[in-house]
Design a protein around this ligand. Structure first.
Ligand code: FMN
Length: 244
């Protein structure tokens, strides 16, 4: 089982990055591998809005910065941890830049079959919105978010204790195979997104549009429910069905 974390922070003294590093160490003790990527140690340029990710399934900037590598690692992972500081009651600019670069995944439910964990760090305010936002974005990519954690830097709340809680949650989520469990919200999202991409009008663009092609080639177009998509992902993971 692989965990990949992304911390949207560029600060040398970042508590979000520190949380990610602690998490990595404690997970290692449980024989769970985690790779942590940070805005501080990686170059992630801003989305230029060219739309190629939507139309062609690729980002021209991936060749010029770290995103190509991070993207691949996320797609290989079973669980994704997003760690964001609260800046002006919102996600940090670095986190938003990162999310924009994977933004097209909300059209292809690219994180289906994966588990998500959200961690926010603040001095005092803004965590409700940031947590809600990060959870929503991951869910819109098909990810089953099983944990939301809030660290209040000024209260000096024991980071170690929060890390322990996250690790227990991750161990439990893996043992209960949460990545293959659907929820009411994911089912609604699937129906809504499927209606948009799989219909008589859209089918003619199957060979031109990456997104529509993905819905058909991945087998999602034939699924009636999101649970069926997850069952398919499970088979693909075991190698019983070829991945696209
Ligand atoms: C530009 C900026 C904006 C911030 N806005 C808020 C805020 O709206 N509410 C708050 O409680 N703390 C705010 N903070 C404090 C950070 O949330 C706090 O320092 C947190 O530890 C940042 O995470 P980090 O340690 O990973 O950098 C802000 C800090 C910065 C640098």
């Amino acid at each position: 089982m692989k965990v990949v974390g992304y911390a949207g922070n560029r600060s040398a003294f970042s508590k979000s990055i520190c949380m990610g590093e602690k998490l990595k160490i404690v997970l290692q003790e449980k024989n769970i591998e985690m790779e942590l990527y940070t805005a501080r140690d990686n170059m992630v340029q801003e989305c230029r809005g060219c739309g190629k990710c939507f139309d062609e399934g690729l980002c021209p900037q991936d060749r010029a910065d770290s995103m190509g590598c991070i993207r691949e690692k996320i797609l290989e992972a079973d669980l994704i941890v997003l760690l964001s500081p609260v800046y002006l009651n919102n996600v940090s600019g670095a986190m938003k830049t990162f999310l924009d670069r994977i933004g097209s995944w909300v059209h292809t439910l690219q994180l289906s079959g994966k588990i998500g964990i959200v961690v926010t760090v603040t001095d005092q305010s803004g965590q409700e919105f940031v947590t809600y936002y990060l959870q929503k974005i991951l869910s819109h990519m098909g990810c089953n978010v099983v944990g939301e954690y809030k660290v209040v830097a000024l209260e000096g709340l024991g980071q170690e204790e929060v890390v322990e809680r996250i690790v227990s949650n991750i161990v439990k989520a893996f043992s209960e195979q949460e990545q293959y469990k659907s929820t009411g919200d994911l089912e609604k999202l699937f129906q809504y997104t499927k209606e948009r991409y799989v219909n008589a009008d859209m089918e003619q663009y199957k060979d031109e549009s990456y997104e529509i092609k993905y819905w058909y080639d991945s087998g999602m177009a034939e699924c009636e429910t999101f649970q069926e998509v997850l069952n398919l992902r499970k088979l693909q993971c075991r190698g019983d069905v070829h991945e696209v």
